[in-house]
Design a protein around this ligand. Structure first.
Ligand code: ZN
Length: 181
């Protein structure tokens, strides 16, 4: 397995719409393994293939406190959304930025598993938020798109500052208790 490079806002490659996976083969399973390793190392609770510059509809997530319940969804599709919840979100592709986003708090989705079999999952709370956030990535959308233009301008400056801090020797990026999706 390998840790992959995560694209950062405003990289235009984050705007590409991912293509459906045609066949779940060893290459896809290897991608999922690498994405999980990258997500755990970051650390984050979710990662979409778009964020590692692979434009196929694959996402991984793990919202468990012990970080031992990985979820991998291939060609995920939301069938039903219910309720709403405002969560403070962060994103591995928008380092150091956190803001409130409103999403459904319960979803039902279908996808393929690692054997290429169709599965249906129900998710609520943080996992539901995470899956919606990752599917947005696969559609070329970022959580900052839900915010005002003024906020986005500020965020662009903030991200540039974060990138400078991290390029300085020995510095680490800003950490927060907010989950980074
Ligand atoms: Zn994200």
């Amino acid at each position: 397995m390998a840790i992959l490079n995560i694209l950062e806002y405003p990289d235009p490659r984050l705007r590409k719409r991912a293509e459906p996976v045609e066949r779940v083969d060893d290459a896809i399973r290897r991608l999922v393994g690498d994405m999980l390793e990258t997500m755990y190392a970051a650390p984050g609770i979710g990662l979409a293939a778009t964020q590692v510059d692979v434009h196929q509809r694959v996402l991984v997530a793990d919202v468990s406190p012990d970080r031992n319940t990985p979820v991998a969804l291939i060609n995920p599709e939301i069938l039903e959304r219910d309720g709403s919840e405002i969560t403070e979100e962060g994103c591995l592709s928008v380092p150091g930025v956190f803001d409130k986003v409103e999403r459904a708090n319960h979803i039902r989705a279908r996808a393929l598993d690692l054997r290429g079999q169709a599965i249906e999952i129900e998710a609520e709370g943080l996992l539901a938020v995470c899956i919606q956030h990752e599917i947005d990535h696969l559609d070329g959308k970022l959580f900052v798109d839900y915010l005002s233009e003024l906020k986005r301008q500020r965020i662009r400056k903030r991200v540039e500052k974060e990138q400078k801090i991290r390029s300085a020797e020995g510095a680490t990026p800003t950490r927060s208790a907010t989950p980074v999706i």
